[in-house]
Design a protein around this ligand. Sequence first.
Ligand code: FES
Length: 304
Amino acid sequence: MFAIYDYPCGMSIVKPHIRALVSSWRAQSPSIRLIRLWLGVTWIYGGWDKATDPNFLGKVGATSLAKQLAGYSKTSPLGFVFQHLIERATLVGVIVMLSEFALGLATLLWIAPTFIAFSGFTMSLGLWIAATWHVKPYFLGSDTAYAVLWLAYFLSLVGKRRKIELNLDRRGAIRIGALGVASGFATLLGRNFAKTPATTNTTATANQLIKVADLEVGKTHEFVAPGGEPAILFRTKNGVFAYSEICTHQGCTVAYSPSDKALLCPCHGAVYDPFNDAKVLGGPAPAPLSKIKVAIEGSWIVLV
Ligand code: FES
């Protein structure tokens, strides 16, 4: 379509691609454009969210991939695969970030669109099997919806074609290479803009959590448990007690809702009763939250 000698030097690569990019958006129907935009932006945001998360590649914290893999190894039908990946969590995390950036950028920039759409579909399918397989009803897990969106987008690209071309010519190879560099750059940039971990009033090494006088009866106090996970302390007229805030379903962080008098998980709706040993009141969580031993010693509430 575009001869290599139409443009001088590097422009021979760039100009045809810009033309193809503009006409790709023009040629698509508004509904397909919307799906493409949503998928592209969301996947870039997904990569950025992980790249800026100081816990994602670490071993502690609610969003640690190692912890998530440990959860998948127990709940996914392919649990044995995730079990093997736990010790390679850092490498897996880097691949996930790069892939999300690459899929998002390529979708918006019309790079290998059919291949990318199919990759997006398989990645969402993988996430569904890994993370949201046991979510019931299924529509509470977003991975199934994304798998369907990618598939619909892929089918719109394939159209009535009987044969799907995945050949990579010189120009295509250069674009893929540039995409890899851009994804790597975005990942490094994200690591430099890492979010500050959630603030707490104490540290994991301090035995003393908070002064009794600073925590009124009926109030709560969040802190970091010795294992590094977020935790929440309650003071009632009967005493003090605390729980890990890591949901026993798939490791999201729960939050206390004073109006519901319950700890709620934002991911798939698990509900725990903090005033009854964190027993599960609803949702897919298989077990109560882990208890953390605390006590009042003198004027302090301490870890025991
Ligand atoms: S992680 Fe699924 S309900 Fe909490």
